[in-house]
Design a protein around this ligand. Sequence first.
Ligand SMILES: NC(=O)c1ccc[n+]([C@@H]2O[C@H](COP(=O)([O-])OP(=O)(O)OC[C@H]3O[C@@H](n4cnc5c(N)ncnc54)[C@H](OP(=O)(O)O)[C@@H]3O)[C@@H](O)[C@H]2O)c1
Length: 282
Amino acid sequence: MKILITGARGLVGRALEEHCSAGGDEVLSYDHQSLDIADARAVHSAIEHERPDAVINCAAWTDVDGCETNAEKARVVNSLGPQNLARASRKAGAVLITISTDYVFDGRKEGFYTQRDQPVPISVYGRYKLEGERRAQEEHARTIVVRTGYIFGPHGRNFLSNVIVRAARGEKLKAIYDYWGTPTYARDLAVRLRELAVLDLPGVYHVVNSGAGATFETFTLEAFRLAGFSRDMLEVVAGDSLGRPAPRPRNSRLRCLLSEAVGLSPLPPWQESLAHFVTRDW
Ligand SMILES: NC(=O)c1ccc[n+]([C@@H]2O[C@H](COP(=O)([O-])OP(=O)(O)OC[C@H]3O[C@@H](n4cnc5c(N)ncnc54)[C@H](OP(=O)(O)O)[C@@H]3O)[C@@H](O)[C@H]2O)c1
């Protein structure tokens, strides 16, 4: 396939680039510098010029607290960006996959969020990511929205790498015990993104590793166990004690009814993927 990736230097973008290149795809990688998804004209000319089979949007402004205090930037990148990509993909005849977030939900539900649950974002980031989903879907029928969450992996900014680096330096760390999500390994997500591009079946998919989900505490403790760090290095805190500007959903665990219905196999349990990351990938 000929696949155009936006946000190609981010955590997911790099995992996707590596996966598609290794599989023999023609990969057209655009990072923030080479393509600003908020620039409708630049998006149009890049996609028109490249004529890819699929556009996979890994670009976003992912600073959740930053979005809370700069809503206009959040809107332009996370809402208008996917719309720009959808319009250009439609004109070029390409399928579009745009990545969204578990933060479209308010976190009040017990258990797992599925496609039957109404998104009710509680942060500016969540609101504009949801608006981005909808704008893209309205603009282009061949849009696949992939909601995911708690991503970890070898590149880019991510909670787990920071934690391991700081623990290796002997620093004591804080981990939140009262917010739940479904950890997702960037490499497993990359495999599923490509599968979905081939499937070309529009809809909203929830793509996360399987298992019961985790808090940052349980997730970090498992990483510490695998890396051989003492659990005494971890100070357990309540999420609300951190005074972060943006509210987060207390529970944002995801499950995908659509993947199950079309016969896509579940991603590996997060503990298995975490073990791969900590022992071989970090
Ligand atoms: N990480 C998570 O836990 C998580 C959870 C749920 C959903 N997601 C979603 O997953 C997707 C990938 O996120 P990620 O974790 O890979 O984040 P990331 O590492 O922050 O990567 C995002 C990339 O997008 C680029 N970017 C920002 N604004 C842009 C713009 N206007 N035009 C083009 N590129 C731009 C960034 O470049 P600069 O850094 O140079 O600005 C960065 O390289 C996003 O849609 C995100 O909302 C992530």
